[in-house]
Design a protein around this ligand. Structure first.
Ligand SMILES: [Zn+2]
Length: 199
């Protein structure tokens, strides 16, 4: 996800590069397990202050079903639109100060949006953040309806074979709401609202 933009920076405003990506992103984030490469289109546009990156990208991440706690695959799709600014002037190598650019201070100071002194534009951090934002908030199996997720039933059967313990289903389980930690109550309410909206 690194692009050498030295040549693009020497071109005039409006010059573009277009890339089709199919790139492994294993190791991009230690908390995310990717089940497929990052794929999509990225376009780099020379602006008067740097390079504007736009793109449409997708990948597949392993998440946990919020009903049955089994690992499932979630597609993540996201668009990018980020302005990168060069750390140095491409012809002279002179360091450029943030105040030489127009824009919000926090963006100009953001290390993830800097083109380094070797003129490498690195999309990794921007993509990593975009993937977190694109992850489903309540990932679930394809199964829809009321009652017990089939995977949950299967998982419970396996567990009860292993441990011979009594297990409750969603429908017949003990009524736990009174004992629920208040910090979780709001979250659970959101989840049940979400479920009832689907069915
Ligand atoms: Zn499930």
């Amino acid at each position: 996800m690194q692009f050498n933009v030295a040549q693009l920076l020497k071109e005039s405003t409006g010059a573009t590069r277009r890339y089709e990506l199919t790139e492994s992103i294993d190791g991009l984030d230690e908390e995310l397990k990717f089940l497929g490469p990052l794929v999509g289109i990225v376009q780099l546009l020379r602006t008067n202050s740097g390079v504007l990156v736009t793109g449409e990208l997708s990948s597949v991440v392993q998440v946990t079903c919020n009903r049955c706690l089994e690992p499932i695959a979630a597609a993540v799709r996201f668009n990018l639109e980020e302005s990168f600014r060069p750390l140095t002037e491409v012809y002279t190598g002179r360091y450029l100060r943030p105040d030489e650019f127009e824009g919000l201070e926090e963006e100009l100071e953001d290390a993830a949006l800097l083109i380094d002194e070797r003129h490498i534009l690195d999309l990794s951090e921007v993509v990593r953040q975009a993937i977190w934002l694109a992850l489903p908030m309540y990932p679930g199996c394809n199964w829809e309806g009321s009652g017990v997720c089939p995977n949950l039933g299967k998982r419970m059967a396996e567990l009860s074979d292993l441990a011979d313990i009594e297990l409750y289903t969603d429908e017949e389980g003990p009524h736990e709401e009174d004992e629920i930690d208040p910090r979780w109550a709001a979250l659970l309410k959101l989840r049940s609202d979400d479920d009832s909206a689907k069915s």
